[in-house]
Write a new protein. Sequence first.
Length: 196
Amino acid sequence: MELILRLLEFAKTGGWVMVPVGITSLLMWTLIGERLYTYRRLGRRDIPIQHAVHAVQGAPVNHFGHGLRATLVRNFVRKRTGETDLDKRILRECAMRIEPAIDRNLAVIAVLASIAPLLGLLGTVSGMITTFVVIAELGTGNARPLAGGISEALVATQAGLLVAIPGLFASVALRRRAEKLGHSLDQTTLLLQHHV
């Protein structure tokens, strides 16, 4: 409870810009969590490549799972026609339908991570304007009224950077994971097309 009160006090010190910084952070981390869950699901409990080959050749498969190969094979088995050339195109189409699911929301995460320091900068400008208004009204003789504007500027900058830095690292890590999954999908598709 004390931590929540301290965070609220911190947010209050940063001024109005802390609201969009907080919303940006919440949305960004929600999307990062969704991507981590999706990549974990696509990477785990997958069928071995031998079972995938047998499945595209027509052998029954008892359990597909939720992995990348399993999803590809499950979608293909539902649509197969029995005609080799058409089935090869269907397999490629099934792979193309999975690709957007791999890359989904990565650009949004990168944009949100990039927006956060700009919002912090906006808070800095707002805090400095507050400081200059106080200087214009009261002069520079009393430091206490000046501290509020300076504090607002620094806290907003800090908050923006605290959101942006881990967000950018997460964005790069997720992009690498997506590229690995995409490469694996392409390799699996090429291999399975030879066995259709």
